[in-house]
Design a binder for this molecule. Sequence first.
Ligand code: HSE
Length: 405
Amino acid sequence: MTGIAILGFGTVGSGVYNVIEKNHDHIMANTGLDLKVVRICDIKDIDGEPGKIATKDFEDLLKDPRVEIIVETMGGLHPAREFSEMALDAGKSVVTSNKELVADCGGVFLRKAKELGLNYMFEASVGGGIPVIRSIMNSLVGEDITSAKGILNGTTNYILTKMSEEGVEYKDALTEAQRLGYAEKDPTDDVEGIDACRKIAIIASLIYQKAVDPEDIYTEGISSLTKTDLEYASKLKATIKLLAKFRKTDEGVAMMVCPFVIKRGTPLYGVNGVYNAVTVNGTMMGEIMYYGKGAGMYPTASAVVADVIREAQHFGKDISPGWTADKMKLIDICEEVRFFLVRTGKEDEDLVKELFGDVKIVHLEDRPEEIGFFTPEYKEKDFMELYNRLSCPVKFIRGDIDADS
Ligand code: HSE
């Protein structure tokens, strides 16, 4: 029997319990492992069968000799950080879905686990049920990866899809995403791009083996996007998605998280609802794409259980992915080339042609006072000079191009 303890019995923690219970025989048949959740720790009362093995005292998990792996699904930095450290010190490997903790100090835990002959595993921290981390670390290990970009937050993708396809208001779509268990406890992390930022920081740290501090990444969320922005994008045969991306250059790595216009016909255009997708470019393989459900109880729990199984199959062997303590150098995003969706006053129509050339201008029926258009491609700093010369600009939204993929 492999004894597992679950720390934090919320959406993901209870999903892990159910997956292990429901798939027990299937896992046993496939791997020979007899997985059993022997303890659960949460500050709230737990009903039913799982309540019988519940405790409010974390020390009970550490003292229990049956517990070999602690699944940390409590989220947040504290006390998850202290508890994860105590778990490793007590000789238990840790499997987590906590992207905040992994992005903040994953490198420290990885080194500590290695020193102790344990593992710290976090497949579920990025892309929910999509096995992004293991695939990047194993299948792409021989690649020189030049860039990656992804839709890495299910909540915002769900919201933008609802707004765009069903004309649902932002607030109603967010409430529904919370009801479905996609959103973080504080959905600010989702809608302001912070969650996607942590996930892209983890991916880049793994690929380049250097620590990326999420605080250093230029990040914008979707809270200032409106249905009108999505209508303009649609009129121009495009949509808007929250993208997290990086691109390696000779000077360093350009990384950012913000809403991007995506043209119809490109791979990420069709990624809708709670689905996440990541495209990765390597010098030999070209572009590949991962796709699947990026949030929700069972997709995330499934990724946690996959890590638990892998650890149980390799006790004592170093199988954690990892990165060094060196900090990655990030470069100014204003040097990046892209197109832009611009909204400005109708009186700027001639000026637009003068500044941006012969661009296609569109109008929305209910906004006779305004025009919208895509610019040619510019370095962001050059675009800003032109944009600032418009007489009544409303807003601009960056456009995603294949060249920066
Ligand atoms: N709140 C996150 C999301 C959960 O919406 O993607 C999965 O990490």
